[in-house]
Design a protein around this ligand. Structure first.
Ligand code: SAM
Length: 201
């Protein structure tokens, strides 16, 4: 009941709120998890698509492994996309500027402003990209419908060569994410200390 009331309050107040103190990575576990995830693929020269890049920290961790030759970072960088996600209440102008500061001069990073649909529209018929994606990492919308859509689009159009993965496989915190993954892919092959999950394709 309290959870429900909190959710309603957040929905009503969402447009008035900004969370200045939000920290995406409060501990070292998230770094460790993403490094382990890349290591588990057992390959280098990887091409990744990340759905939901925020300020570019996860992309930075992927790149620091030395095993990623290209990463497409997909994000609309717009506030209030989900009343249940703390990141949605941060100043997205600043967040995007932070992303640009981290990655603008890195030729391995391709910034795609939009959603998985934007990525598919842009690259589905590009022979340099199509069929050459190794891993799609999903960390955008955290709702059942959002993750369901991202997985469906990935399977139908991006067709990664090695695996599909993402963040927040937590039954308690994010039941919608777990439901969408289990329904479309079955239980993940691996999970990692930061809550990341991976399913080989
Ligand atoms: C939890 S944050 C991502 C964190 C980032 N992967 C990291 O670990 O540093 C979620 C991001 O998803 C983005 N987002 C929201 N809706 C989206 C959508 N439909 N497609 C892709 N990204 C979306 C938000 O703008 C936000 O930056």
């Amino acid at each position: 009941m309290i959870r429900f009331l909190k959710r309603c309050a957040r929905r009503v107040l969402a447009p008035l709120l900004k969370n200045k103190n939000f920290v995406m990575r409060p501990d070292g576990e998230s770094r460790k998890g993403l490094v382990q995830l890349i290591d588990s693929l057992g390959q280098d020269s990887l091409t990744l698509v990340e759905i939901g890049s925020y300020n570019g920290e996860s992309a930075e961790i992927f790149l620091a492994t030395g095993k990623v030759k290209r990463i497409y970072c997909v994000d609309p960088w717009q506030m209030y996309y989900d009343p249940d996600d703390g990141a949605a209440f941060t100043d997205m102008v600043k967040v995007e500027a932070d992303f640009d500061r981290r990655h603008a001069s890195d030729s391995r990073v391709v910034k795609v402003r939009g959603t998985v649909d934007t990525f598919v529209e842009k690259y589905a018929n590009d022979s340099e990209v199509s069929g050459k994606i190794d891993l799609v990492y999903i960390d955008g919308l955290h709702t059942y419908e959002g993750v369901h859509h991202d997985i469906e689009m990935t399977l139908a159009h991006i067709k990664p060569r090695i695996a599909i993965a993402g963040h927040d496989y937590h039954r308690d915190g994010w039941p919608g994410i777990v439901k969408a993954i289990d329904e479309l892919l079955g239980a993940p092959d691996s999970t990692f200390p930061d809550g990341s999950w991976l399913k080989k394709v």
